[in-house]
Design a protein around this ligand. Structure first.
Ligand SMILES: NC(=O)c1ccc[n+]([C@@H]2O[C@H](COP(=O)([O-])OP(=O)(O)OC[C@H]3O[C@@H](n4cnc5c(N)ncnc54)[C@H](O)[C@@H]3O)[C@@H](O)[C@H]2O)c1
Length: 255
């Protein structure tokens, strides 16, 4: 008899699936038995994530999704339910490219763009996904936040404020939807090796010189280390967790 896997029989919708952390999560969720809707603003990136999930032995579809548009969120939920017969887990992972700036010099449209993707996105996805999760008999919402939702960093007003808001949105969603048998949790990574952080530095050496020493463990994290934490939160191993944030930040916030 095959050994049961932690996400056997679960249907999972993942936003921002084509990014570094999204691709690692696609592999981990599929390996754990989930049927996956890999969603991204960029349809080619969604396809790559779905292919990674299939290589990991799972069933997966790729969907184009803009989390800032309510009708797009509704369509992605509908397509997922149609493909797999329900929805058990929503992972809100998409995030806008981070343009840095103080409140004085950050352009207003940049503030609104980051808030639209990073904060309004999880609101809109929750609006459309939670009824589907409820109809499936319950499940989990995992909101990917950041260690920078707990502490500040120069020039990150919009990003850090949006991620801090995710922590409290998570608590309120947990309170509101416990009666629907839905757990809502957030996950706060530290700085992870990948394109998002790399894009802010001239080269890898500069990226590590800035980031490594900010973590107690003396290094940046890897996408797989976030994926394994997300898998834990999405599974029944975390069945008594709701309204909580899981820091997976290499000790960034410990000092
Ligand atoms: N990388 C890090 O160091 C780090 C640290 C803390 C938190 N996080 C968080 O982890 C998550 C994933 O980070 P990552 O490094 O993989 O990011 P990434 O930039 O590599 O990927 C983000 C993905 O989101 C997609 N996206 C952007 N706008 C979208 C929209 N409107 N609708 C749907 N998809 C959209 C992009 O196309 C991209 O594929 C993000 O929420 C990020 O804030 C990352």
């Amino acid at each position: 008899m095959p050994i049961p896997r932690p996400l056997d029989g679960r249907v999972l919708l993942l936003t921002g699936a084509g990014g570094d952390i999204g691709r690692a999560m696609a592999a981990a969720f599929a390996f754990a038995g989930a049927k996956l809707a890999a969603c991204d603003l960029d349809p080619d990136r969604a396809e790559v994530a779905a292919a990674i999930a299939r290589e990991a032995g799972g069933e997966a579809i790729a969907l184009a999704l803009d989390v800032t548009r309510s009708e797009s969120c509704a369509a992605a939920v509908k397509a997922t339910v149609k493909a797999f017969g329900g929805l058990s887990v929503l992972v809100n992972n998409a995030a806008a490219f981070t343009v840095r700036g103080t409140v004085v010099d950050l352009p207003e449209e940049e503030w609104h763009r980051q808030m639209a993707v990073n904060l309004t996105g999880p609101f809109l996805m929750g609006k459309h996904a939670i009824p589907a999760i409820r109809d499936t008999g319950g499940g989990v919402v995992v909101n990917i936040a950041s260690q920078l939702g707990h502490v500040g960093q120069e020039g990150l007003a919009a990003y850090a404020a949006g991620k801090a808001a995710i922590h409290n949105l998570t608590r309120v969603m947990a309170i509101d939807h416990a009666k629907d048998h839905i757990r809502v949790v957030s996950l706060s990574p530290g700085a992870i090796e990948g394109a998002r952080v790399r894009s802010r530095f001239p080269d890898d050496e500069a990226m590590h010189a800035y980031n490594d020493r900010r973590h107690v463990l003396g290094r940046m994290g890897r996408p797989e280390e976030i994926a394994s934490a997300a898998l834990f939160l999405a599974s029944d191993a975390a069945s008594f967790m709701t309204g909580a944030d899981l820091l997976v930040d290499g000790g960034y916030t410990a000092w």
